[in-house]
Design a protein around this ligand. Structure first.
Ligand code: 5GP
Length: 192
């Protein structure tokens, strides 16, 4: 068991509806020392890739992506979920159905920050049905940039996202893949 899996067992809470709560260390309170160990692992798994930009989605991907960016020594761009008055110029957009909030968001990245010269590592906290990732991939593709890889903290392997994204041919690396989890007992089983 790696350090993320150990932490999930220790502090994760399995909720009804296939939701894992990890807000004490991942996406509300953030354990940045754990993020640093995760970033080291992503650096190893994407060794040799020519990555010059990290892309994530607000809000919960930003913390992990920032620590990963320190390892790759490149900037982080995060897709915004709402049109802000501060956004100007041409935009790249995609529609993403939110797993946790059950609504559709427009996600937006300024064309100023993503273009054909970019080799992108996409980072996010969770992979469930793959909607967020497909939106981010669409944004990278429409910018004319290249997806070099995708790094996920927690993949729920019993949902369809991982299979869909791997079938598209992307290098998808998830640090913890949950095979099954049970809200009544709290039991979590990881993929070997
Ligand atoms: P997907 O688009 O793959 O269906 O869902 C991914 C997004 O939904 C992630 O960005 C994450 O924020 C959220 N998400 C999906 N499943 C979970 C979960 O079990 N727990 C939490 N905390 N967030 C989740």
């Amino acid at each position: 068991m790696n350090c993320l899996e150990e932490r999930i067992v220790k502090d994760g809470v399995v909720k009804e509806g296939n939701v894992l709560k990890v807000d004490s260390f991942l996406n509300h309170q953030m354990d940045v020392e754990l993020f640093d160990e995760m970033a080291e692992e992503f650096k190893k798994r994407f060794e040799g890739k020519n990555i010059n930009k990290i892309l994530t989605i607000e809000a919960s991907g930003i913390g992990i992506a920032s620590i990963v960016a320190l390892r790759f020594k490149c900037p982080v761009v995060f897709a915004k979920k709402s049109q802000s008055i501060n956004l100007d110029g041409e935009m790249l957009t995609a529609e993403v159905e939110s797993f946790t909030h059950k609504r559709t968001n427009h996600v937006i990245v300024s064309k100023k920050f993503l273009g054909p010269e970019d080799h992108v590592l996409i980072i996010d906290d969770f992979l469930a049905n793959g909607c967020a990732l497909q939106g981010l991939i669409q944004i990278v593709t429409s910018a004319g940039a290249t997806v070099e890889g995708i790094g996920i903290a927690i993949e729920k392997g019993f949902q369809s996202g991982g299979r869909i994204i791997r079938n598209l041919g992307y290098q998808l690396e998830s640090l913890a893949i949950i095979e099954s989890m049970d809200a009544s007992t709290g039991e979590i089983v990881f993929r070997e």
